[in-house]
Design a protein around this ligand. Structure first.
Ligand SMILES: NC(=O)c1ccc[n+]([C@@H]2O[C@H](COP(=O)([O-])OP(=O)(O)OC[C@H]3O[C@@H](n4cnc5c(N)ncnc54)[C@H](OP(=O)(O)O)[C@@H]3O)[C@@H](O)[C@H]2O)c1
Length: 340
């Protein structure tokens, strides 16, 4: 069977992560790279025999020698690159946030729905051992009525991520993962009240975000993210249901931060995680274990066996609609109902 040929747009951290995992997959081969600064695409192409660097992203999206495009560029580029790739008949794995706002997501969903290619959004946390263990334990806690999730990192620098061109800040970058998980476990969000603030002045978009969520199910919860947490680079979650509670955590950088606790009327139960071997731990984000590899396995399986990706454009759009509502809530100082 011939291998699916991969083109990667964007050769920063995520471009490297995808190049690594796609090159390990038995049914895929990395063949092309594009990066705004050409030398970085060239450096990466030299690491992967049989691949080449291209001087424009359009050249890559139109190349008949490419079957799958991984979009690892900043969010202001996603709409153009995503729609061009799908219109050229390529399968697309696009990094989160899928786009900058709900209108851009609507356009992406329209183009995706009109095509027969597979499209997925990079909510890789769904494939993390911790998250998959929570999925498995969920029936033990009954009906969820409360959740609280926090994602904090200490990032004092100011980069492209903090420019208004991106459409948003930490809520898009870190919070989009938490919103996706919240919807995955507790269902659609029906209203929210939020405050998004810029603490570090040179930044043009929020670097501190607090959101009070109401779900269609009647559950409530809060979700917070920031770039100032000096304790660790950790992601914490807590789900409380009518018959129990699940508390979970992991971080981007340390596999040892992974853990899940289950509490029921019988007390706290020890939960064992399905941890990958050392060779299967991501080199850029070790705390994410092998979630990127599993995400890619799932995406390739969807292509080869005509299945729908767990996190596709609809899931990508839902997260951005919540983020849009959060920004509106801050601006108007009021509770916002969803859908808009
Ligand atoms: N799923 C996850 O867990 C996860 C984790 C991290 C990031 N991400 C997402 O992956 C995407 C890429 O993030 P990253 O961490 O790989 O970023 P990064 O390491 O900072 O690399 C940034 C990339 O964007 C390019 N770039 C920067 N500013 C640009 C501009 N104004 N116009 C065009 N290109 C520009 C850079 O090109 P130059 O080399 O020319 O500067 C480089 O290719 C983002 O959507 C991010 O949210 C996802």
């Amino acid at each position: 069977m011939s291998k699916l040929r991969i083109g990667i747009l964007g050769c920063g951290k995520m471009g490297k992560v995808y190049a690594h995992w796609f090159s390990r997959h038995p049914h895929t081969q990395v063949v092309a790279f594009y990066n705004r600064t050409y030398s970085r695409a060239k450096d990466l192409a030299e690491k992967y025999p049989g691949s080449r660097a291209m001087s424009s992203w359009q050249e890559l999206t139109e190349d008949p020698g490419v079957d799958i495009i991984a979009i690892c560029t900043p969010s202001h580029e996603h709409l153009q690159q995503f729609t061009a790739a799908v219109r050229s008949g390529k399968h697309v794995l696009c990094e989160k946030p899928m786009a900058r706002n709900a209108e851009e997501c609507r356009q992406i969903c329209e183009v995706a729905a009109a095509s027969s290619v597979k499209v997925a959004v990079g909510f890789q946390m769904r494939f993390h051992s911790v998250i998959q263990k929570v999925d498995e334990l969920l029936p033990r806690i009954g009906e969820i009525f409360h959740l609280d999730f926090v994602f904090g990192m200490y990032r004092p620098e100011v980069t492209w991520r903090h420019q208004s061109l991106q459409g948003g800040g930490v809520l898009m970058e870190l919070g989009s993962h938490l919103i996706d998980l919240a919807i995955h476990w507790a269902g659609d969000i029906s209203a929210l009240s939020a405050q998004n603030r810029i603490i570090s002045a040179p930044r043009e978009v929020e670097d501190y975000s607090v959101n009070l969520l109401e779900f269609s199910s009647g559950a409530m919860g809060y979700l917070s993210c920031n770039y100032f947490d000096r304790r660790s680079r950790a992601i914490f979650g807590n789900l409380i249901g009518t018959t129990g509670q699940i508390s979970w955590q992991f971080s981007s950088y340390d596999p040892q931060d992974s853990g899940v606790s289950l509490y029921t009327d019988s007390g706290k139960e020890e939960v064992l995680l399905d941890m990958p071997s050392e060779n299967d731990i991501d080199l850029v984000y070790p705390g994410h274990l092998n979630s990127f590899g599993r995400e890619i396995d799932h995406f390739v399986d969807c292509i080869l066996n005509d299945k729908e990706p767990l996190a596709g454009p609809v899931e990508g759009r839902k997260a951005i609609e919540v983020i849009d509502a959060s920004y509106r809530s801050t601006k108007q100082c009021q509770r916002i109902e969803l859908p808009a």
